[in-house]
Write a protein that binds this ligand. Structure first.
Ligand code: M6R
Length: 619
C-alpha cells in the first residue's frame, strides 16, 4: 500500500519521480504527490485522484530540480484529498517526507509535538515524521531522521529531503519495503524494483531498522545506532518490458496472456532430467523427510493457491496439511511446531499479515518455506527457505499469472516431496511429470482461443451485462466446484468481485444444499466447474438442482464432453483434456477472462480497482 520514490542525480527529478510513480501506482492510487528541492525551497505538488491528474498539472507548470521524493497513496489515516496526500512538510517547509506504512503511536507523538508548538495540517499519521525530524534537526538530516525513527512504533518505509542538504535523500524501513536503485552519478529509493528499472538493474535490498543516505555519488547504510553496514548491490534480471503493457489494453490481460510462457519457463528451469530442482532452497532434504504436517498460510489469491496445494500434497505426499488465512493464523494459537513445515505463499512477499504469520510460525519452532514472486522481499528473506515463482512483475491488482505460478510451484513441490518421501511409486511420479509438461502448450492454446476478438467468453460477458440491467441490477455470480477445483471457484469469484464490483461467491458444490441453494432463482449466474473428474457426476446433479430452480448456468467442461450438453446448460466453456490433478491450471484461465470481460463491459478501471492496492503492507 502506497508507493514511495526518492531520486538524486543529474536528471530532472520530476520526470524520474513521475515515471517511477507510474510503475508504483499499482500500490495505491487515491492521490499522489512530489516534492523537489528547487533552488532555495522545496517545491511540492500533490493531488487527490489518479496519478495522471498530477502528471497533467505538472506538465503545464513543471518543477525544476534534481533531488526529490514522490508518493502514490492508498489511504489509511485521513480521507483521500490534496492535504492528506504525501509528501508532508514540517513547520518550516524545509523538510519533506513520503511514507508507506502505519505509525501506530502517532496520536501520542502528535499530542506532544502540538504541545511543543508544531502545527499540523493533515489527518495523517505520517505528518508527525517531518515534525519529529524538524525537532531533532541540528544540521545533519541523517542523524535527525535516525532520532525520529527511534520514537516510532509501527511500520514504515520513508524517504526524506531537507532544503538545506540538497546533496542527499535519506530513507529507512521497518516492515514496509524499500530498495535502493544504484546508478551511475545518480541513486534512487523506491518501494519496488520496477520503479527504478528504467535507469538501473542494480539494487540493494534494505533490512528493517536500516537508515540509508543516497547522494549522487554513493550510498551509505547504517543501523539505528549509527554503525555502518556494508551492503552489496544485486543484479536484477527483470526487463523493463515486463513492467509495461506492450500493446495490451490492460496489464491484467497482458498477465493472463503470459501464463503459458511463464509456466513453460518454470518447468524448464525446475524440471531437470525429470527431477525437480529448487536450487535456491536452503531447507535440507532430511528436514523435508521428517516433517509430520504442513501448514499453508496466505491471503487472497495466494490463499487459493495454497488451498489447491493442500489437495495435491495430501493425495500424493500423504501428509496432513491445512490452510489458513494469514490474518487468522497470526492471532490464533496455531498448532505448528518443529515437525511442521509452514509454507507462506505471497506474490509480493510483503503482505503484512503473511509476514506476521511467518514470524509467528518461526517463533513456534516451525521450519518456514516462502513461495514468493518478488525477489529479496521480506517473506523471501525471513523464511528458512524460499522458492521463487519467477513470474516476472505482476502489475494488475487482480493477481493472475502469480496464481498459476504459485500453483506450478505446489505441483513441483508435490512431485519433489513424493519422490523424496517415496509416498508414491517412482513410475507414477514420472507419469505426473509427463502430464505436467503438457500443460504450458495447452494453456497457451486456451488463452489464444479465448482472447481472440470475438470469443465466447467475451460474448457471455456482454450477455450478462444485458441480463443484469434487465433484472434491475439484481444479478450476481455463484461459482461452484468440487475437489481440487473448489479453490478455483473461490478464485473465480474473487477475480470477478474485485474488478467488476459484482457480488460473487465461491462454494464447494456439495455445500449448496446446506444453505446457498436458497439463493437460486432466475437472478444468479452460476459458474459450474464440471470438468471430467471423479466428482463429475455429482457436479451434474448440482447443475440439475440449479436448473430446476431457474438459475442461469455457465459450465466449464472438458472438450468433447457430449453428456454435459443434455443438461440444458445456458453457456458452455471448454478446456482441453488433462489429468484432473492439473486441471486447475487450465480451468482458471476462463475464470480470469470472464472476470476481465465482465469488468470491461461495465467500463471499470480493471488494473486499478477501487479500494484495493496490490501489496497490502498494513494490517
Ligand atoms: O502479495 P500477496 O500474494 O501476499 O497478496 C495477497 C493478496 O492481497 C492478493 O492475492 C489479493 O487477494 C489479490 N488482489 C487478488 O487478486
Amino acid at each position: 500500500m502506497c508507493g514511495i520514490i526518492g531520486y538524486i542525480g543529474e536528471r530532472k527529478a520530476q520526470e524520474v519521480l513521475l515515471r517511477g510513480l507510474t510503475r508504483l501506482e499499482y500500490r495505491g492510487y487515491d492521490s499522489a504527490g512530489v516534492a523537489v528541492i528547487d533552488g532555495d525551497r522545496i517545491n511540492m505538488l500533490k493531488r487527490q485522484g489518479k496519478l495522471r491528474i498530477l502528471i497533467n498539472e505538472l506538465s503545464t507548470k513543471p518543477i525544476a530540480g534534481t533531488v526529490g521524493v514522490g508518493h502514490t497513496r492508498w489511504a489509511t489515516h485521513g480521507v483521500p484529498n490534496d492535504i492528506n496526500a504525501h509528501p508532508h512538510l514540517d513547520c518550516t517547509g524545509k523538510i519533506a517526507v513520503v511514507h508507506n506504512g502505519i505509525i501506530e503511536n502517532y496520536l501520542e507523538l502528535k499530542k506532544n509535538l502540538i504541545r511543543e508548538g508544531h502545527k499540523f495540517v493533515s489527518e495523517t499519521d505520517t505528518e508527525i515524521i517531518p515534525h519529529l525530524v524538524e525537532k531533532f534537526y541540528k544540521g545533519n538530516l541523517e542523524k535527525a531522521v535516525t532520532s525520529a525513527l527511534k520514537l516510532l512504533k509501527g511500520s514504515y518505509a520513508i524517504a526524506v529531503i531537507h532544503k538545506d542538504e540538497p546533496d542527499k535523500v535519506v530513507g529507512a524501513r521497518c516492515d514496509s519495503p524499500l530498495i535502493v536503485g544504484v546508478g551511475k552519478g545518480e541513486n534512487f529509493l523506491a518501494s519496488d524494483v520496477p520503479a527504478v528499472l528504467d535507469y538501473t538493474k542494480e539494487v540493494i535490498y534494505l533490512e528493517n531498522h536500516e537508515v540509508i543516505t543516497i547522494t549522487k555519488k554513493g550510498v551509505s547504510v547504517k543501523d539505528l545506532s549509527g554503525r555502518a553496514i556494508n551492503k552489496k548491490p544485486c543484479p536484477i534480471s527483470w526487463d523493463i518490458s515486463q513492467a509495461e503493457k506492450c500493446g495490451h489494453q490492460h496489464f491484467m490481460l497482458k498477465e493472463i496472456s503470459e501464463q503459458g510462457d511463464v509456466l513453460k519457463k518454470i518447468l524448464e528451469e525446475r524440471l531437470l532430467k525429470g527431477k525437480v530442482s529448487f536450487e535456491e532452497l536452503k531447507i535440507k532434504e532430511n528436514d523435508f523427510k521428517r516433517f509430520k504436517k504442513i501448514a499453508i498460510v496466505a491471503c487472497g489469491t495466494a490463499y487459493h493457491a495454497g488451498m489447491t496445494g493442500k489437495y495435491m500434497l495430501e493425495e500424493y505426499v500423504k501428509i496432513p496439511c491445512w490452510v489458513d488465512t494469514s490474518s487468522e493464523f497470526r492471532y490464533r494459537d496455531p498448532m505448528v511446531d518443529r515437525d511442521t513445515l509452514t509454507i507462506i505463499v505471497s506474490q509480493s512477499g510483503e503482505t503484512a499479515d503473511s509476514l506476521a504469520a511467518l514470524r509467528e510460525a518461526k517463533k513456534r519452532g516451525a521450519k518456514t518455506l516462502g513461495i514468493c514472486n518478488v525477489l529479496g522481499s521480506s517473506i523471501a528473506r525471513e523464511s528458512d527457505g524460499v522458492i521463487y515463482t519467477h513470474a516476472g512483475p505482476e502489475i494488475a491488482v487482480a493477481s493472475t499469472k502469480a496464481y498459476t505460478a504459485q500453483l506450478a510451484i505446489f505441483y513441483l513441490l508435490t512431485i519433489y516431496l513424493a519422490a523424496l518421501r517415496k509416498s508414491v511409486p517412482a513410475p507414477k511420479v514420472r507419469a505426473l511429470v509427463r502430464e505436467f509438461k503438457k500443460v504450458p502448450d495447452l494453456m497457451n492454446d486456451l488463452i489464444f482461443e479465448y482472447r481472440s476478438d470475438y470469443n465466447i467468453i467475451a460474448a457471455y460477458a456482454q450477455e450478462f451485462k444485458r441480463y443484469y440491467f434487465e433484472k434491475h441490477n439484481k444479478s450476481y455470480f455463484l461459482y461452484l466446484a468440487r475437489n481440487i477445483n473448489y479453490p478455483n471457484a473461490m478464485e473465480g469469484a474473487l477475480k470477478l468481485k474485485e474488478i467488476s464490483y459484482i457480488s460473487a461467491e465461491g462454494y464447494p458444490a456439495g455445500e449448496m444444499k446446506h444453505g446457498p441453494i436458497a439463493l437460486i432463482d432466475e437472478n444468479p449466474w452460476v459458474v459450474c466447474i464440471a470438468v471430467k473428474s471423479k466428482t463429475y457426476d455429482k457436479m451434474l446433479s448440482n447443475i440439475q438442482e440449479i436448473k430446476a430452480r431457474g438459475g442461469i448456468i455457465i459450465a466449464i467442461v472438458t472438450e468433447g464432453d457430449r453428456e454435459i450438453l443434455h443438461n440444458n446448460i445456458n453457456y458452455v466453456i471448454e478446456i482441453p483434456k488433462i489429468n484432473e490433478l492439473f486441471s486447475p491450471l487450465l480451468v482458471v484461465i476462463p475464470l480470469q477472462l470472464l472476470a476481465y470481460y465482465v469488468a470491461r463491459e461495465f467500463g471499470y478501471d480493471i488494473d486499478q480497482p477501487r479500494n484495493l492496492a496490490k501489496s497490502v503492507t498494513v494490517e
